[in-house]
Design a protein around this ligand. Structure first.
Ligand SMILES: *Cc1c(COP(=O)(O)O)cnc(C)c1O
Length: 396
């Protein structure tokens, strides 16, 4: 199959993409237009939690698409009820609003916190977020993000997102004033390069927010749905946040996200929140099917076993090549290299023959690994062996 260049050029240019068209996926493998196969350790940016085209998703799409696709968000539908109950019963949250993307779920969290501030905190609206954080690409979520340069892009920004430093409680305390309503963070900063908030930091942040009557919002768009070896990453710290957002893995590859909140925070009035596709049964049926696989007995044990294998393998590779080690939580991990050959490794991995390897370098000296949660031990061994070969090639 050749590339339809006129068609390709009809797509708006938003990022640099390799001259490849992916046509097929199965588990941890993708196939391009020439028939070349790739071992995929990106998985749509930690989205395809069960790999490409898992049977549970195919069955749910098939079943639900024959039953009902969109009765309108003005009416209840069974799959959204099923998925909301699963999330509520597996977490500390009481109610769920379904969205179509992580950014949209975060917008909802910001709106909910501001509404709560209007009702209970004399109009307080500021949400403390963190340097290097990533919360999405809408105007408000870009403003909430701590990515360098994002405070001047598309100015004027949405006001009210002062930035603290991750794992530095004093930097949070210093920003609190009577206009502050919440603190929002990723339990593991993903786009920043897989930087976990420590258990101690999360616990003292929960205590600090309680002390000041502030909401604690966890953005679990990347860390939720078993990615870190627990169903939700906040559970590692033994805390109970007030609001949580989910995305990515919750749909296993289809567009689905969620805004979850504890009952006292659920203060939206009719008309405050909604959307044409929100909670549609086609996507939520997939979400419920995916959830049941993640929640099945033994699934998290397997995730943790593979995470240990990956962590040990990356540590060995780091030792062998004189790198700076690895870090992460569960199957969201990063290798910290001693030089900036991340982009060269990503390219060499993709161009590897006969089979390629898909990797992500969020920073020059960093490789991030986000495999399917059901990746096999053999696939991790393959990744580690190929990475070693690629290092020989790139550093020769
Ligand atoms: C990916 C991501 C988002 C944005 O999700 P989209 O579905 O791309 O809008 C928000 N927060 C975190 C932590 C993410 O990783």
């Amino acid at each position: 199959m050749s590339i339809d260049r006129a068609g390709l050029n009809a797509l708006m240019e938003i990022t640099s993409r390799p001259e490849l068209v992916f046509v097929r996926g199965q588990g941890s493998w993708l196939e391009d237009h020439t028939g070349k196969r790739y071992l995929d350790f990106i998985q749509g940016w930690a989205v395809n939690c069960l790999g490409h085209n898992p049977q549970a998703m195919i069955d749910a799409l098939d079943r639900q698409s024959r039953l009902l696709i969109n009765p309108s968000p003005a009416f209840y539908n069974q799959p959204s009820i099923d998925l909301a109950r699963r999330i509520v019963e597996s977490s500390c949250f009481d109610r769920v609003f379904f969205a179509n993307s992580g950014a949209e779920a975060n917008e909802g969290a910001i709106k909910l916190a501001r509404k709560w501030g209007q009702l209970h905190r004399k109009g307080a609206y500021k949400i403390i977020t963190f340097d290097h954080s990533f919360h999405g690409r809408t105007l408000a979520t870009m403003s909430a993000s701590g990515k360098a340069g994002w405070d001047t892009k598309f100015a004027p920004q949405v006001d009210g997102f002062p930035k603290a430093d991750l794992n530095d409680l004093d930097s949070v305390r210093a920003l609190i004033d009577d206009r502050t309503v919440a603190v929002m963070l990723e339990p593991v900063q993903g786009e920043a390069g897989v930087i976990p908030a420590t258990r101690e930091f999360l616990q003292s942040l929960r205590a600090l927010t309680r002390e000041h009557g502030l909401l604690l919002i966890v953005d679990e768009v990347q860390t939720g749905m078993a990615r870190t070896g627990r169903m939700y990453a906040y559970q590692h710290a033994g805390i109970e946040p007030d609001i949580m957002t989910l995305g990515k893995g919750i749909g296993g590859g289809v567009p689905l996200a969620a805004l979850c909140a504890r009952e006292p925070v659920c203060c939206f009035e009719h008309g405050d929140q909604g959307g044409t596709y929100n909670g549609n049964p086609l996507m939520t049926a997939v979400g419920a099917a995916i959830f049941d696989v993640l929640a099945a007995p033994g699934f998290l044990d397997e995730v943790n076993a593979r995470a240990q294998q990956l962590s040990a393998g990356l540590t060995a590779l780091s030792d062998k090549w004189g790198m700076r080690g690895e870090r992460g939580l569960g199957l969201l991990r990063a290798l910290i290299m001693d030089r900036d050959d991340g982009p060269a490794l990503v390219q060499a991995a993709r161009e590897r023959a006969p089979e390629g390897l898909l990797l992500n370098a969020p920073r020059g000296n960093l490789l991030r690994f986000m495999p399917a949660l059901n990746v096999t031990a053999g696939e991790i061994d393959t990744l580690l062996a190929w990475l070693d070969e690629l290092l020989v090639q790139v550093r020769r």
